[in-house]
Design a protein around this ligand. Sequence first.
Ligand code: ADP
Length: 331
Amino acid sequence: MINSILDLSKIEAGRFDLEHQDFSIAELLQDVVPVINASAHAKGLQLSIQMTALPASLRGDRTRLAQALVNYLSNAIKFTERGKITLRGSKLEETANGYLLRFEVADTGIGISPAEQALLFEPFSQADSSTTRRFGGSGLGLAITRQIARLMGGDAGVDSTPGEGSVFWFTAWLGKGEKLPSASAATALESDEETLRREHGGKRLLLVEDEPINREIAQMLLEDVGLVVETAEDGLAALQLAEKNDYALILMDMQMPKMDGIEATKAIRQLPGHQATPILALTANAFASECERCLSAGMNDFITKPVDPARLSRILLKYLSRPQDSAAQGV
Ligand code: ADP
């Protein structure tokens, strides 16, 4: 609450500087989704993310953008009892210097009457005073979101039908992210990504993960570095795909319905052409026993979740650069 007031007073006093850093949509999602995923799950709400229409590489204030999205998403979860929350992104305009993007969060919650909609984005305003008693909150989140959007050259608003749900939206101008590795301090990550794109761009990977949000995030991280991604929702589907196709590498979740990662790996290793395919486990924990289980099932290595983009790039580079026969010796 105090932080929110400070934020707002800084913005209104013009003492609020936006950062200008390169980032990807996948990184933005990594800032946002882990914050709200658990509470959406806990209420049994489906969370759907549709951000693939956005440019992959952007420049601007990632933290403030994430803050605005988290404000909308946590409200949507708070005011929705059943149904679905959708986070959507689209590109409205493109110039030589940047993009005008629109982000929206749609919910199937209680909705807001037209009279109340007009006031919502004012500081300290809540749809009705019983809201505070029922849900708590400061009434500052939306005011901050609108100020952030305006600082970024956009605006914020809502379309809503009481009893059906709301669509909270904001627009923002963002710069175009650099494609080339910069000479900044963060070069370790950038150069790995750049090498991946240059040396391995276009290679086909299989991503096996049952949890839709984790799958979406991992897919975006992989596509960001130019890899072609096919996905499977469980071990059995993965096995069926591996029977038909060659993959440069397979990323395999451990716990899945129908067939888990261990069983799927053992079965894939029996297939012709897959003795040496690098298979990397996606594990929720890094206990020694878990690593042993992965390796003895025939996996080459493991990555812990939530996936760290820098570590992912490094490990992909290591296994994609290996000649396949030496990978076979490692198994
Ligand atoms: P708060 O901290 O009170 O949630 P906000 O500025 O984020 O402050 O929201 C202000 C008010 O707007 C909320 O108290 C609620 O009445 C209304 N509101 C915000 N989001 C939604 C939503 N998704 N559905 C229904 N009402 C909402």
